[in-house]
Structure formats: structure tokens, C-alpha cells
Design a binder for this molecule. Sequence first.
Ligand SMILES: [Zn+2]
Length: 174
Amino acid sequence: MNRKDSKEQKYLIIDSTAIIHVISKEDFSDENTTLVFPEIIRNEIQSFQAEAVFETLKADNRLIFSIPTSKSIEKVESMAEKTCDVVSLSETDLQVIAIALDFPNSTVVSDDNAIQNVCFYLEIPIKSYSFKIRTARRYFWKCTVCGQKYKTKQNKCIECGSPTTRLFVKKKLS
Ligand SMILES: [Zn+2]
């Protein structure tokens, strides 16, 4: 009767800055929730292995390590260029977001500004404990002559060939 329905599996992709909050505040009673960490922080996670909750999750196969697909990494990098977060994201940060693209029903758990911003534009649900962004922002490019706007980088306007200028767009989050 406790057979897990794969359709109901939920994945929490954990950013390393959020681990301590996850341990102390997360409710693990939902047995369909699995924690996912990037493989590259496996050693970092070792220091938390002694935590009783992690022992239990590991025994239940609800704590896994994953390597993101290169397709997802590319998608995240491309979005991070547009949101101006590319310099703020570490390799681990990129991987956390990419893994969220790889798993269905995933939520990224992070208090990091740049991670949250990129997730917003990739439509990845975010859970945070101590910090939540209030505005999302990304770049757009606008022709200095005809005013045509572009979501991706354009050095010259496709319509009229004039130079473009890079601008911000901000979106207030509820
Ligand atoms: Zn133009």
C-alpha cells in the first residue's frame, strides 16, 4: 500500500547554502519527496551525513546525487546571460538549476539571489528560507534608431542595421 507512484515524486534540488535550513526546517514526512544534490558537492555533503535525517533519507533512497545533462547546462547558461547573473553563478549554482530542468516536479531550494532570478525566468519553482528576491530582472537590447526590442543579444538591429543598446527590464514579484 505504500508503493510510490512515480508521477507524484517531487524533487527538491538543494543549493549548498540551503542545506542547513533543509535539515532543520524541512518536513520529510512526505515520502514522495526526494532530495537531489549536484554530484560535485558530494564531499561537501559528507559533513552533514551524520545528521539523523540524512541517514534516514539515504536508507530510503530519497537522497541522491546527480550530474546535469549538458543540454540543461546550456539552457541555464544561455538564460544567465540574459538575466545578467552569469558572473554571479558558480559551477555548483549552474548545476543546481540545470538538475532542476532534468527532473520533473522539481523545486530549487536556495537563498541565493542569482539562482532565484534565473529560476524565475526558466519557470522553475523556488523555495527559500531566509532570502527571497522581490524583483526579477533581465537584459534586453533596443535599437537606438527604430526602437525595435530584442530579448537576445544583438549588436546591430535586424530591422534597420543601427546599433543597439542594452537595457534592463525589472519585474516585481508577488
Ligand atoms: Zn532598428
